[in-house]
Design a protein around this ligand. Structure first.
Ligand code: KIV
Length: 283
């Protein structure tokens, strides 16, 4: 089995220009497969609020729910580096609360690091969490927890002022001690500038090909989430249709008496069976 991926491995990849591969995962069975596929980083993302819980945004996701999913993921003992997402309002109020909640994801959830959204505005929280010994991944550009403030799921940093602000966010996060930064929904040219400007690996989602790595939401990549599909998503397979067909096959086989056959049934001693029938089935 591959050895566990570490933060120095991620920096090494940036140095050698080797792409870092990250994917979300939220439970035990999928994490086993993700780990066997030798993906570098798993994000237990608060996107689970939308793709697992069926909510309209990530905003209602709670700390307890994140801890629960982190535990499920870690039970698969993945060799990937695992990052737990800090949900909305679990880190904004004070540095003390941010450290406490980041600590919960690590101590109770068992993850290797945490991720939180924002740049300059959360740099003091990032610093406090890192000082407590917890690795932090930043997340700037489109930050889904602030979707209401941003006016929807839109590309960020298209004009000079907002682009500069995102570069400043990246620099503030680097100075605060993050080990990596997710760049979501920003023009690829801006992502290239940030990737060259900061020493920590950048991971893009809707940020073009120049980032040090890429991340996708697992359910998007597998074609399991149909409510909407952003332009940056590539569905590598349509598992929804495959699972649908499988369930219809099962339904029909049960209805037609084709399942189960003797192959999936248990037998018993003929004499015992005969006695039971005589006792219970003869009028
Ligand atoms: O929650 C999540 O899945 C994320 C990714 C989109 C980066 O934050």
């Amino acid at each position: 089995m591959r050895k566990k991926v570490t933060i120095p491995d991620l920096f090494d990849k940036k140095k050698k220009n080797e792409k870092i591969v990250m994917i979300t995962s939220y439970d035990y069975p999928m994490t086993q497969i993700v780990s066997e596929a030798e993906i570098d980083i798993i994000l237990v993302g608060d996107s689970l609020g939308m793709v697992v819980q069926g909510r309209d945004s990530t905003v209602p996701v709670t700390m307890d729910e994140m801890v629960y999913h982190c535990k499920c993921v870690m039970r698969a003992n993945p060799s990937c580096f695992v990052v737990g997402d800090m949900p909305f309002l679990s880190y904004e109020v004070s540095a003390q609360e941010a450290v406490k909640n980041a600590g919960r994801l690590m101590k109770e959830g068992g993850v290797d690091g945490v991720k939180l959204e924002g740049g300059v505005r959360v740099a003091d929280k990032v610093e406090a969490i890192v000082k407590a010994g917890i690795p932090v991944m930043g997340h700037i550009g489109l930050t889904p927890q602030s979707v209401s403030l941003l006016g929807g799921f839109k590309v960020q940093g298209k004009d000079i002022d907002s682009a500069r602000k995102i570069v400043e966010d990246a620099i503030a996060l680097e100075q605060a001690g993050v080990f990596s930064i997710v760049l979501e929904c920003v023009p690829s040219g801006l992502a290239e500038i940030i990737t060259k400007r900061v020493s920590v690996p950048t991971i893009g989602i809707g940020a073009g090909p120049y980032c040090d790595g890429q991340v996708l939401v697992l359910h998007d990549l597998l074609g399991l989430f149909r409510r909407f599909r952003p332009k940056f998503v590539k569905a590598y397979i349509d598992l929804y249709d495959i699972i649908l067909k499988t369930l219809i096959d099962y339904r029909e086989e049960v209805k037609e008496g084709k399942f189960p056959t003797s192959e999936h049934s248990f037998s018993m001693n003929e004499e015992v069976l005969k006695t039971l029938k005589e006792e219970y089935l003869k009028a």
